[in-house]
Write a protein that binds this ligand. Structure first.
Ligand code: THU
Length: 137
């Protein structure tokens, strides 16, 4: 699967966002090393605290089904019912969740401005000097 296809899956996932409070819809598509794609959307809650981001939805779906090795994630978001905001980036909590399962130099985070315009960063670029599982080994 190439980056454009992964971005298309993130667009599709965004259509299922449940964001009645922020009205900001996010979609993500996580690619594992076996070539499987895991889609996620943000899911908000009236109590606010239980809300979860699209990226973590995708990760928790994948990990709970046994996937452990990941290659890339496409992320995009913007006002509900509208176009995406260019290059919407993952929040800090989601970056830390990625850090638990992904190599900082190899895992790529693909940010999109449209279906055809996107750029990728390594996890290490977006989460430098990080704390991870090996710190507790
Ligand atoms: N959100 C995500 O799903 N991913 C991000 O990387 C940034 C923020 C969601 C959380 C909340 O439902 C809404 O966007 C506004 O913050």
């Amino acid at each position: 699967m190439d980056d454009k296809q992964l971005v298309a899956l993130a667009y599709e996932a965004r259509e299922r966002a449940y964001a009645p409070y922020s009205h900001f819809s996010v979609g993500a598509a996580l690619l594992d090393v076996e070539g499987r794609a895991w889609q996620g959307c943000n899911i908000e809650n009236a109590a606010f605290g239980p809300s979860v981001c699209a990226e973590r939805t995708a990760f928790f779906k994948a990990v709970s089904e046994g996937a452990r090795d990941f290659a890339a994630i496409a992320v995009l978001g913007g006002p509900a019912g509208g176009e995406i905001d260019p290059y919407t980036a993952p929040c800090g909590v989601c970056r830390q969740v990625m850090r638990e399962f992904c190599n900082v130099d190899r895992f790529r985070i693909i940010l999109a401005a449209s279906r055809d315009e996107f750029r990728s960063h390594t996890l290490g670029e977006l989460l430098p000097a990080s704390f991870g599982p090996e710190n507790l080994a």
